[in-house]
Design a protein around this ligand. Structure first.
Ligand SMILES: Cc1ncc(COP(=O)(O)O)c(C=O)c1O
Length: 423
């Protein structure tokens, strides 16, 4: 069935048409944006559910959901219907709003337990930056604790919190937020040490926010221990700092739950969602406890203190409502939980292989950590018709982030191919 087919490579990627597009791109796009070499990338023409077609007629299976975004699959029929039913595309979200924005905020608020208010944005970076503004306006304490390996986006505000130096080189003078980066807590002994470091900072510095991805996405699917999340929650409360979770990646059912932190029973003051929220359209949100939002953002006297041209986009809000409705109606969250466990269990067998260091994940967010950089493997997989991504500081983690419509047949065939290559 279209959208659920195995790869079909008619011309080894990158084919001639892709190569021609790469040459055209080289003339007009700044060089350090789209990576290219003799084997990478391919130019994409269309996508439907699990499948992606390039301009040379090759059919791929997408195991990335295109950065974890196409939660339901590409161009899901329900989303197409929602788009066709829209009576307005763009609006004036902060002046003359549309009902969809309110309905979506109501829905998200309900899903995360109630008593939250939100501010929409478009990208993940912007939602993170809205958290930063909120926290400073509320706590008046500028300091922020983050963790090694964090990726919170590359906008000039969010970049302060992102770990990798590479992204910051040459821009340091613009990055002046007092950010304190702590090591990533691993086993229990290390966790205690990191908690001690956090407590020292909370005592000595003006820390307003502790901010983290409960599972680091671009950091290589690194999972914060449950116990650490509970302890850091306790410390934040003890020192009147806010605890914020960046669930741009983990949120909106990627792990089988609307919020991963909530599924662990850890309360948060601020939280961000993006990526899968409107499954393929740029929509993100910063949600904060009602009392925090009311104090940080007092009633406007006519001019909004914070906005974006596209804030509360009616079409994207409508799509997001449809995404959530589809997940709920078709119990896709349960499928992700169950299938995610099954896939992880099978993938764990790869640990027997001498080049594999670890396999870990939750739901449909799985990382296979190798001893070496996986970019050559990603390119090999592309030759076989599978789209995957490298992650982690040294690019040693192969990320498997399939759309929720993935079927066993497609997944297990991919595993066979992966096995064959790494053997
Ligand atoms: C956890 C997290 N936060 C923030 C971002 C930044 O999102 P965007 O690229 O939409 O600005 C990302 C992107 O990968 C992310 O994974």
């Amino acid at each position: 069935m279209k959208g659920f087919e195995h790869p079909h490579i008619v011309t080894p990627p990158p084919g001639e048409k892709t190569k021609a597009w790469i040459e055209r791109m080289k003339k007009v796009e700044a060089p350090n944006i789209t990576y290219r070499d003799n084997e990478f990338p391919v130019f994409i023409k269309s996508a439907f559910m699990n499948n992606v077609w390039d301009v040379d007629g090759n059919r791929y299976v997408d195991l990335t959901s295109f950065f974890g975004v196409a939660l339901l699959g590409h161009r899901h029929p329900e989303i197409q219907k929602a788009i066709q039913s829209a009576s307005i595309y763009h609006g004036m979200g902060d002046v003359h709003p549309t009902p969809h924005k309110v309905e979506l905020l109501e829905k998200i608020n309900k899903l995360i337990g109630g008593n939250y208010m939100g501010i929409f944005a478009q990208s993940g970076s912007e939602a993170v930056e809205t958290c930063l503004k909120t926290q400073l306006l509320y706590t008046k304490k500028p300091g922020i604790i983050v963790f090694e390996g964090a990726y919170h986006g590359l906008g000039l505000g969010a970049l302060n919190l992102t770990s990798r130096k590479f992204f910051k080189e040459g821009l340091e003078v613009y990055l002046s937020i007092p950010v304190y980066e702590l090591p990533f807590p691993g086993d229990n002994n290390k966790s205690y040490h990191v908690l001690e470091l956090a407590e020292n900072l909370l005592k000595k510095q003006k820390i307003g926010l502790i901010f983290l991805e409960p599972i680091q996405g671009r950091g290589g699917v690194r999972i914060f221990p449950d116990f650490f999340l509970r302890e850091i929650r306790f410390l934040a409360g003890k020192y009147n700092a806010l605890l914020g979770f960046d669930e741009i990646f983990t949120g909106v059912f990627r792990t089988g739950f609307f919020s991963y932190a909530q599924s662990k029973g850890v309360a948060f003051d601020l939280i961000t969602f993006g990526k899968g929220l409107s499954s393929q359209f740029p929509l993100s949100v910063c949600m904060g406890k009602k009392h925090i939002m009311e104090k940080a953002w007092p009633e406007s006297n006519g001019e909004a203190k914070h906005t974006y041209t596209f804030l509360g986009h009616p079409l994207f809000s409508l799509v997001a409502l449809k995404v959530i409705e589809t997940v709920e109606k078709q119990q896709i969250d349960t499928k992700i939980q169950t299938k995610g466990k099954e896939y992880l269990k099978t993938l764990l067998q790869l640990k027997m292989h001498p080049s594999v260091l670890d396999v870990r994940g939750r739901g449909f967010m799985i990382g296979i950590e190798f001893k070496h950089n996986v970019f050559p493997l990603v390119k090999k997989l592309l030759q076989h018709g599978y789209i995957t991504l490298p992650a982690g500081k040294e690019g040693r983690v192969l990320e498997i982030i399939p759309p929720s419509c993935i079927e066993d047949d497609l997944f297990f065939r991919f595993l066979e191919v992966l096995h064959g290559i790494i053997e």
